[in-house]
Design a protein around this ligand. Structure first.
Ligand code: URA
Ligand code: SF4
Length: 197
């Protein structure tokens, strides 16, 4: 493991910067390959993640793994994290304050890993990072903001009760890795949405 990421991990594990520290079992740091070309960003840990201190290991995580498999990618090849690192009680959506407080860790993860692209999984990450909403309208799109590239897709949990959406997720992930291949070959990729600040 990369030393700087290890430091973030230790800081997350002992973090008490927001209220979620009071109800969590374990804070859940990001996990994966520090040389990954992509960082996946979900919402927050759920019950299984909270118990085991690992992101995306429950049912939603299985869906993400299935979609990655389809693109020929192993979970060990990528880096997976969340907007907030502690489970909100009853899996409620994390508050603006919780997200803003925890965002610093994500910023650090991004600045160390320097991914070619960041894959936003679902509305909470979309809203927290880009101020967006209605991910179903924007999924499949590439966004550029502050010199970072983002790819938008649905949250894997949305596919649990909707078989059609698993195909949507799989196809988006396939597209994402095609984009990554182009980026690695220094090809121009089409930017669908450009944020100017
Ligand atoms: N859902 C998320 O957004 N993140 C996890 O880690 C697990 C489920
Ligand atoms: Fe700290 Fe983030 Fe957990 Fe809040 S959610 S206690 S900011 S690690």
């Amino acid at each position: 493991m990369n030393q700087e990421l290890e430091t973030i991990k230790q800081n997350v594990i002992k973090c008490t910067k927001c209220n979620l520290c009071k109800t969590r079992t374990n804070a859940v740091p990001g996990k994966g390959n520090f040389q990954s070309d992509v960082i996946f960003v979900g919402e927050a840990p759920g019950r299984n993640e909270d118990k085991n201190r690992e992101p995306f290991i429950g049912v939603a995580g299985k869906k993400l793994s299935i979609a990655l498999d389809e693109a020929g990618i192993s979970r060990e090849d990528v880096y997976i994290t969340n907007i907030v690192k502690c489970r909100p009680p009853n899996n409620r959506v994390p508050s603006t304050n919780e997200r803003d407080t925890c965002k610093e860790y994500l910023k650090q993860e991004i600045s160390i890993i320097k991914p070619k692209i960041i894959c936003i999984l679902g509305n909470t990450a979309f809203n927290s990072i880009l101020g967006g909403s209605e991910i179903t309208k924007f999924r499949g799109k590439v966004v550029r903001k502050d010199n970072l590239l983002y790819f938008l897709t649905i949250h894997p949990a949305a596919t649990i009760y909707n078989q059609k959406l698993i195909d949507v997720l799989k196809n988006d992930i396939i597209k994402l890795f095609e984009l990554i291949k182009e980026l690695k070959n220094n090809k121009e990729v089409t930017i669908d949405i450009e944020y100017t600040s």
